[in-house]
Design a protein around this ligand. Structure first.
Ligand code: SF4
Ligand code: SF4
Length: 362
């Protein structure tokens, strides 16, 4: 048998190419030797290296689901001003990178003239990170890009400016599997199902493997049953958390329900460990109706929370830090959001997360 080629010589198509292949030359030359950075205007960052070399970053909002035409437009702009260099941030902004200061102003002008708003840095909101929605995913309880477009249209001034007490990260996930960052965002919009999956006994025996379907449920809510002498499954409604995992495994258990699906709003999450620990988002509004094409109830709810935070927070407080300082009762009072029984976690599997003490803390 011929010797296997040395590992480093093997060419594979597994995984993306190494990122260092695509770094702009000025970053390669000064790798690990950057001294300081500044934000000269909303949407623009400048980084300076020990050598004195500088790189300017111009950040623009994207629609996240990008057409080939838009990608070609980005590539042309990057070729014209940035020697072909651009990158995408984890929250769906596009950043154009140039070492030539004289390119910054015309680059901004061209982006704006083509409908790509520049902003999203420092004390602003950046693009809303979101999931697939009705465009692509089978378990979605709401659309993603449609809701995000409607919200962004209302809060665009906070994308273009630095008028907020601190940065505000908004996210949307179209079901609680949350491919978006709803668990760790200042304001999060989460699509929710409110009914367990519907079991289609007739199709199930032909479409699904029963053991795999039972194993797919994270809360052990599915058990095997016999219906009219044929094998099927049954869902324990008290244990079901409406995640839709079983529908991914078994197409005979659809979970979407136009009458009961909707959206919820969560607040106070963050990834950063500056000033306070990273936090998970907490429930603010348990249910809002799915109301396409502009989702007015959801847009109003997000704008209300954002503006109440902007008025009430001290400089540099994130949304969660502001709420913790004023207390949750005052958060509900100031935003006018109703506190309901749904804010109390009574899920059957939640014993470990419940406060096991008679002393309630305000
Ligand atoms: Fe699909 Fe849920 Fe992810 Fe949305 S959040 S893309 S519905 S798995
Ligand atoms: Fe289990 Fe989720 Fe299916 Fe409910 S929706 S039965 S929790 S897998």
């Amino acid at each position: 048998m011929a010797d296997a080629p040395a590992k480093q010589e093997r060419i594979t198509d597994i995984g993306p190419p190494h990122y260092k292949k695509f770094l702009p030359p000025v970053i390669k030359e000064n790798y690990g030797k950057w001294l300081w950075h500044d934000i000269p205007r909303p949407g623009v960052l400048v980084h300076c290296a020990e050598s004195g070399a500088k790189i300017w970053t111009v950040r623009a909002g994207t629609a996240r689901l990008l057409s080939v035409d838009t990608l070609r437009e980005y590539a042309e702009i990057a070729d014209k001003y940035c020697d072909g260099h651009l990158r995408f941030t984890s929250r769906n902004n596009v950043e154009f990178l140039t070492s030539k200061e004289e390119n910054v102003a015309p680059l901004i002008e061209e982006l704006e003239s083509k409908g790509h708003p520049v902003g999203g840095t420092a004390n602003s909101i950046s693009s809303i990170v979101h999931t697939q929605g009705w465009v692509h995913c089978h378990t979605s309880a709401t659309d993603a890009s449609g809701v995000v477009k409607a919200v962004m249209d209302e809060v665009i001034d906070h994308f273009r400016g630095h008028k907020l007490p601190n940065r505000v990260r908004i996210a949307l996930a179209c079901c609680l599997n949350m491919c978006g960052a709803v668990h760790c965002s200042d304001i999060a919009i989460l699509g929710i199902h409110r009914r367990p999956p519907h079991v289609n006994d007739e199709n199930l025996k032909n479409l699904c493997e029963i053991p795999t379907t039972i194993a797919s449920c994270p809360t052990a809510a599915i058990k095997p049953v016999t219906v009219d002498g044929k094998p099927s499954v049954e869902v324990d409604e008290d244990k079901c958390m409406y995640c839709g995992n079983c529908y991914t495994t078994c197409p005979a258990m659809p979970i979407s329900d136009p009458l009961n699906d909707g959206l919820s709003i969560w607040v106070g999450g963050k990834v950063s460990s500056a000033r306070s620990m990273p936090t998970f988002s907490k429930l603010a509004i348990p249910f809002l109706p799915n109301n396409p094409p502009r989702w007015p109830e959801t847009v109003e709810a997000v704008v209300n929370i954002l503006e109440t935070y902007a008025k009430g927070a001290k400089d540099w407080e994130r949304v969660g830090e502001w709420i913790e300082r004023i207390g949750w009762p005052r958060f509900f009072r100031e935003t006018g959001i109703e506190f309901t029984k749904y804010h109390i976690d009574d899920f059957k599997g939640s014993a470990r997360t419940l406060m096991n003490s008679p002393a309630f803390k305000r």
